[in-house]
Design a protein around this ligand. Structure first.
Ligand code: PRT
Length: 105
């Protein structure tokens, strides 16, 4: 796994002990699942708008916001980036048609 994903996942775990006043991530945990999901929706929309605008730097910036908030969701749910990367690894090498066939089983 990319080192930064592992390091960020560690920080997100540590923030479960932190006060909401001192940490943005802790404040998201305190507000709960619906707030985290709302942020993901907002960041996804901002990523779409950036892509439509065609500014590559902005696309990277908004995608980083989106990935970050997805990482917060994974941590809040007791999951981590390894879970997603393992799933991508499992799919790797399958054709799209094979992957779809496995889903339907
Ligand atoms: N990677 C990030 C990161 N990316 C984005 N953000 C925050 O995500 C929010 C993005 O929301 P918006 O774009 O809607 O901006 P906003 O209007 O300021 O946000 P809101 O006030 O609506 O929440 C901003 O507050 C950003 O600062 C992040 N906040 C934290 N991290 C990482 O998480 C770690 C822990 O953060 P703290 O818990 O704050 O210490 C940090 O060390 C960083 O490594």
């Amino acid at each position: 796994m990319s080192e930064i994903l592992r390091q960020l996942a560690d920080v997100l775990e540590q923030r479960k002990q932190q006060s909401a006043e001192k940490s943005y991530v802790a404040s998201l945990y305190a507000k709960g699942l619906d707030t985290i999901l709302k942020k993901i929706g907002e960041e996804a929309t901002e990523t779409v708008i950036a892509a439509k605008g065609g500014d590559k730097q902005q696309i990277v910036y908004e995608t980083a916001d989106l990935w970050f908030h997805c990482m917060v969701l994974l941590a809040q749910q007791g999951l981590g980036p390894d879970d997603v990367l393992n799933e991508l690894q499992r799919r790797f090498g399958l054709s799209g048609i094979e992957e779809k066939a496995q889903r339907q089983k």
